[in-house]
Structure formats: C-alpha cells, structure tokens
Design a protein around this ligand. Structure first.
Ligand code: ZN
Ligand code: FE
Ligand code: FE
Length: 177
C-alpha cells in the first residue's frame, strides 16, 4: 500500500528527472532562437532550472532522503516534440513562435506537477519542503509569463509577417549602407 508520502517522493523523483532533462534541452532551444530576448529568456531559465535541480535535492533532504530519479516519459515526449519543431522550423520566420510553443508545454507540465507536490508536502506537514516547492513553482510561472509576453509582443507577429530578427537586421544594415 502506497502512502501520500510515497506518491510525493515518487513524483518528486519524476520531476528530478524532468529538470535534469531540461538542463540538457534548454541550451538547444536558446541556440535555435532567432530573437535575442527569447534566447536570453531560455538562457536565464537554464540557470533557474539548474537551481531547481539543487532545490529538488534539498526537498529530498527535508524528508531525510537522498535525491532519486524516476524516468519521466512526459518530459521526454515534450522535449522530442520540441526538437522536431526546431528542425521543421529552422531558418523559417516561425522558429521563435514554435520554440515558445514548445517551451510553454514544458513549463505547464512543471507548473501542474509542482502545484500538486506543494499541496501534498503541506498535507504531509513538511513546511520546509512546501516552501521550497513554492519557490520553484513561482520561477516556473514567471518563465511561462515571460514566454507569453515574448509571443504576444513580437514572436507571433514575426511568424505571421514572415519576418526574423536576422532578416530585420539585414534589412536595416542594407538601408544604412
Ligand atoms: Zn524547473
Ligand atoms: Fe513526469
Ligand atoms: Fe521550467
């Protein structure tokens, strides 16, 4: 028979695996971005994601446990789909809209997961763990909001107008020359 604490720790191990996979995926997403601010958003979320790996280890230790990993097929699927989108939209004005689309799917998976984990940690009565999860959750929500603004402010319009930052830069360089 599983307890809520068992379910919590198994699910935390799944998120540990997911965060570690995202540490590998985010540099590829940053590299694929055409928009400089989008690239920076992925780079800064990479740094946050490394902090999440450390915070997840602290949460395990708040339960007197060593950090564990449990394979997360969901994040592997989201990352694989993101890689497909990169190769399909590479060198196209749609690349940034596609990257945000993929990135937000990862953020929403994390937001859904940490939301439940925070509630469970509270119910189990581990306030330290609940606080650490809340901190990760806030960073994931902020990353999602940032991607949303980039899509709304520029990247969706660039995709629609057939425009990339690179082509804009080339156009303005040609005007200056
Ligand atoms: Zn994270
Ligand atoms: Fe998972
Ligand atoms: Fe994230």
């Amino acid at each position: 028979m599983k307890t809520l604490k068992d379910l919590f720790l198994d699910s935390l191990a799944d998120m540990n695996y997911a965060e570690n996979q995202l540490v590998k995926a985010l540099p590829k997403m940053a590299k694929a971005a055409s928009d400089a601010d989008l690239r920076m958003a992925f780079e800064s979320h990479l740094e946050e994601t490394k902090e999440h790996v450390e915070k997840v280890a602290e949460i395990f230790s708040a339960f007197g446990q060593e950090p564990k990993l449990k394979k997360c097929p969901a994040i592997l699927g989201i990352i694989k789909e993101g890689e497909e989108l990169i190769s399909e939209n590479k060198k196209s004005p749609t690349i940034d809209a596609a990257l945000i689309f993929a990135g937000q799917k990862a953020e929403h998976y994390e937001i859904a997961s940490y939301g439940a984990l925070r509630e469970w940690a509270g119910l189990i009565g581990n306030k330290e763990a609940a606080q650490l999860i809340e901190e990760i959750l806030e960073a994931e929500k902020a990353a999602d909001t940032k991607l949303n603004s980039l899509a709304r402010d520029r990247c969706n319009a660039s995709a629609n107008e057939g425009d990339t930052e690179q082509s804009r830069r080339q156009a303005s360089a040609a005007v200056e020359a």
